[in-house]
Design a protein around this ligand. Structure first.
Ligand SMILES: [Zn+2]
Length: 421
C-alpha cells in the first residue's frame, strides 16, 4: 500500500478567493446579480481563469462556455479517466455570494493544495465551471447537460422572458458558434468520478451543528397546477349564502394540501407558492383561481401517496382540477463515493451527516451518464439561499475544501491501485 499523501488546504487563501469572486456582480444591499454570461459573469470567468492558471492548471473553455482546468499526472498515462470537481459561477438575480461560488473556490483550493503537496497523481484531475446552472436564460444546468449531449432541441434559442437574450445570442456575443455546441461533448468514459461541494441551501446542518453533509441523492420533484372555478359576482349585492367564491374554496385546498404533505412525514415537502386570482379586483367575488404546487421527496412512493391524497382533496372540491406540469426523477449518489467522503471525514474527526438534497445541481447530470458522483454540503447561515443574506462560516468552507481534497486523493489512489481494464 502506497503511503497516503498529506494534503493541507489553506483557509485564508480560500476565504480571499470567495471574497474576491463576490465582488463580481455585487450591487450593495441587493446581493449579487451574476446571471450567466452577463458582463459581471464574463469578468468573473476571466478572473477565475487567471486563478486556475496561477494554480498550475491548464485551462480551456469549451463550446458551451464551460471552463475546464486540468492537471495531468506527473507519472503514468494521461489518457486515464479523470477525477473531476466543480460547480457553477453564475447566480440568480439578486442572489448570494456562495451558491456555486463555494463549489468552484473549494475545488480550486483542493487542487492547488494537492499540487503543492507533491502527491504523485496517478490520473488527471479536472476543475469544471459550468455555464448557466441557475437557468438565467431558459432551463438550468445548461453547461453540464451540454457536456453530455442532453440539451433539448431548440433550447438554446429560447429565452426566459420577452426582451431577454437567449443562450445562443450570448454565446455569439462571446464569439462562439452555437451550431458547434457539439464540439464540447465528452464521453462519460473520460470521467472516473465527479464531486461537487455546495452550500446546503437549507437549515438542517446548521441546526445540528455539523459542518459536513454527505448527499445521498437529489429528490424526486413534481410540479402541478390546481385550478378552482367559482362564480364571479358583485361584492356588494351578492348575499353570502348565494356565493360560489373560488378563492375561499382555494384557501380550503391550500390548508388541506399542507396537512396532507405533513402527514407524509419528514421525507416530503410541498409548497403552494404561486397563486392567481381572477378577475382579481376588490369589488368582485373571485371567479377563478390558479395555484402552482411543488412537491419534493427522496422517496418516489411517498411522493405518489401524498399526491394521491392531494388529488382526492382537489376532486372533492366543486369545480376544481389538478394537472401535472412536470415530474423529474431523483438521482442517487454513488455508494462508493459516499463511503470515500465518509472515510475522509472520519480520518480527521470531522462530524458529518448523510442527507438528501432538496435542490437540483449540476451533480444531477453525472449519474445519468453512469459516472460515480458525490456531493459535499456545507451549512449556510439561517438556511438562507438565493438571496442577498446568503452566508457561510469560512471555517466550514475550509472543512468542505479539506474533505474534498482528501476525497480526491483517496479516489485517485483507488484508481491507481485498481486501474481500469
Ligand atoms: Zn448552486
Amino acid at each position: 500500500m502506497m503511503a497516503k499523501a498529506t494534503v493541507q488546504i489553506q483557509e485564508s487563501r480560500l476565504r480571499q478567493d470567495l471574497l474576491d469572486l463576490a465582488r463580481f456582480g455585487e450591487d450593495p444591499g441587493r446581493g449579487i446579480t451574476r446571471t450567466a454570461l452577463n458582463d459581471a459573469d464574463l469578468a468573473a470567468r476571466q478572473w477565475f481563469k487567471e486563478r486556475m492558471r496561477e494554480a498550475g492548471l491548464k485551462v480551456h473553455e469549451d463550446a458551451a462556455a464551460n471552463l475546464i482546468g486540468r492537471i495531468d499526472p506527473a507519472a503514468g498515462p494521461t489518457d486515464r479517466p479523470c477525477i473531476a470537481t466543480g460547480s457553477h459561477i453564475d447566480t440568480v438575480v439578486q442572489g448570494g455570494k456562495f451558491d456555486g461560488a463555494l463549489g468552484i473556490c473549494t475545488s480550486l483550493e483542493a487542487l492547488r493544495a494537492i499540487r503543492e503537496s507533491g502527491f504523485a497523481l496517478p490520473c488527471p484531475l479536472e476543475l469544471l465551471v459550468f455555464t448557466d446552472e441557475e437557468g438565467g436564460h431558459f432551463a438550468g444546468t445548461f453547461g453540464s447537460r451540454a457536456m453530455f449531449n442532453l440539451l433539448q432541441e431548440g433550447e438554446m434559442e429560447k429565452s426566459r422572458g420577452a426582451g431577454m437574450s437567449s443562450l445562443a445570442q450570448d454565446l455569439k456575443r462571446m464569439g462562439k458558434d452555437p451550431q458547434k455546441i457539439y464540439q464540447g461533448i465528452r464521453s462519460p468514459s473520460e470521467f472516473r468520478a465527479f464531486l461537487e461541494v455546495h452550500i446546503e441551501q437549507g437549515p438542517v446542518l446548521e441546526s445540528m451543528d455539523i459542518p459536513i453533509g454527505i448527499v445521498e441523492g437529489i429528490v424526486h420533484l413534481g410540479r402541478y397546477l390546481i385550478q378552482v372555478e367559482g362564480k364571479a359576482g358583485h361584492a356588494g349585492t351578492t348575499p353570502m349564502h348565494l356565493r360560489d367564491d373560488a378563492l375561499v374554496k382555494a384557501a380550503e385546498i391550500i390548508t388541506a394540501v399542507n396537512e396532507a404533505v405533513r402527514s407524509g412525514g419528514p421525507e416530503i415537502v410541498g409548497t403552494i407558492g404561486e397563486i392567481g386570482v381572477h378577475p382579481g379586483v376588490i369589488n368582485v367575488i373571485p371567479g377563478e383561481v390558479e395555484m402552482a404546487l411543488d412537491l419534493r421527496s427522496m422517496k418516489e412512493a411517498t411522493l405518489a401517496s401524498v399526491k394521491k391524497k392531494i388529488d382526492e382533496i382537489v376532486h372533492s372540491t366543486d369545480n376544481a382540477k389538478i394537472e401535472t406540469i412536470l415530474t423529474k426523477g431523483g438521482v442517487k449518489m454513488d455508494p462508493g463515493i459516499m463511503e470515500a467522503i465518509e472515510l475522509s471525514c472520519r480520518q480527521r474527526g470531522i462530524p458529518f451527516h448523510r442527507m438528501w438534497s432538496g435542490a437540483g445541481h449540476d451533480a444531477m447530470t453525472f449519474p445519468t451518464q453512469h459516472i460515480p458522483t458525490g456531493m459535499i454540503f456545507v451549512p449556510c447561515v439561517g438556511g438562507e439561499s438565493h438571496c442577498p443574506n446568503e452566508d457561510i462560516r469560512f471555517e466550514d468552507a475550509a472543512t468542505g475544501a479539506q474533505v474534498l481534497a482528501d476525497t480526491v486523493v483517496r479516489l485517485a489512489l483507488q484508481e491507481f491501485l485498481h486501474p481500469p481494464p
